[in-house]
Design a protein around this ligand. Structure first.
Ligand code: PMP
Length: 351
């Protein structure tokens, strides 16, 4: 093996969920089953295509202003990027560069490990408890930074802000990133702690609650100093990260608060109803606070069930990795999609 191949050959690449081209019931990548706000459609229809000749605003000012208004922070506390994956990867590059390992849960968003390996950042995975919850004391040791999603993925479990604060307090010298891709379906956001903790970065996305995974918009909220560092890194890396359509549509989506909240309620109601249905069929579900449910059936092999579902045009997510071999992750779809899922499952488990 040549020298230049060594690192990349070590990296186990992230494998995204399938995006089939035929029409299926797609419950495998936690997208929103409803369309984005009508304001987004209108903005696309009315978009001045002549504007596409020009580079987009590298500062992404209009989108940062809209997000600042929405969250009652200053625009210099907002960083935007091409999906939260881009924002998170920028955070890894910018802040996780000590010789000490960064810490994250052993069962979590698999991209953390990929970025750490790709950017040669030492890391140490912390075992979730038997109940799949974060054990906060594991994050009190010396480290080069901390990252965890809240709610966690793929468990869907939400940790109260007391736990987040304890981790922040014990890690004042390093950056703590709270990845809140699913927080809108859950509870209080760590954003309310931004003024108290200088080491906190909260990352969110337009891909879930705002129904715009295809537009690729994510953002970080923090104090102006850390946001400035992220912008410095971004400008040195790729100053025009976001495209013009995403900048324009992102603003419109943020402004439609009513549609955003309506959509959340629909998904949360379907989730709570789906939890009951799963339990009636003998599944064990973790108490998800996200737009997906992590479930297992003690009598049926998860891989076989995953394959049977797929054969019947219902796509869910299965990893088969240690401790979660028996679990499937099922995105909350429309009520009709979930009814089709349960119709299949009823037959499968013979009820
Ligand atoms: N964080 C978590 C925990 C996720 O599950 C995902 C994607 N499913 C992301 C971040 C990235 O989302 P996006 O890049 O679409 O914003």
């Amino acid at each position: 093996m040549r020298e230049f191949e060594k690192n990349i050959r070590k990296v186990e690449p992230y494998v995204p969920g399938e995006q089939p081209r035929n029409k299926v019931i797609k419950l495998n990548t936690n997208e929103n089953p409803y369309p984005p706000s009508k304001r987004v459609t209108k903005a696309l229809e009315e978009m001045d295509t002549d504007r596409l000749r020009l580079y987009p605003d590298p500062a992404c000012q209009a989108l940062r202003d809209a997000l600042a208004d929405f969250y009652h922070v200053n625009h210099d506390q907002v960083f935007v990027g091409v999906g939260s994956d881009d924002v998170l990867s920028m955070c890894f590059l910018t802040f996780f560069n000590s010789q000490k390992p960064i810490l994250f849960p052993d069962i979590t968003y698999s991209f953390y490990k990929v970025w750490a390996e790709l950017y040669r950042i030492p890391y140490e995975c912390q075992r979730l408890g038997e109940d799949f919850r974060i054990v906060k004391e594991d994050y009190y040791k010396e480290n080069g930074g901390v990252i965890f999603p809240n709610p966690n993925a793929p468990t869907g479990l939400y940790e109260e802000l007391d736990l987040v604060e304890d981790i922040l307090r014990k890690n004042q010298d390093v950056i703590v990133i709270v990845d809140e891709a699913y927080v809108d379906f859950a509870g209080r956001s760590a954003m309310e702690l931004i003024d108290q903790y200088e080491n906190l970065i909260v990352v969110q996305t337009f891909s879930k609650a705002r129904s715009m995974a295809g537009m690729r918009i994510g953002y970080a909220i923090s104090n102006p100093r850390l946001i400035q560092y992220l912008n410095d890194a971004k400008y040195s890396f790729n100053s025009y990260t976001m495209n013009q359509a995403a900048l324009v549509c992102g603003v419109e989506a943020v402004k439609d608060r009513e549609y955003f909240e309506e959509g959340l309620h629909k998904i949360i109601n379907t989730r709570e109803w789906a939890k009951e249905r799963f339990q009636e069929l003998g599944f064990r579900c973790l108490d998800s606070s996200a737009n997906f449910i992590f479930a297992m059936h003690p009598k049926y092999d998860a891989r076989k069930l995953f394959e049977a579902l797929k054969e019947n045009g219902i796509y869910v997510r299965y990893w088969g990795s240690e401790r979660i071999e028996q679990y499937l992750r099922i995105t909350i779809g429309t009520r009709e999609e979930m009814e089709a899922l349960f119709e299949f499952l009823e037959e499968y488990v013979g009820k």
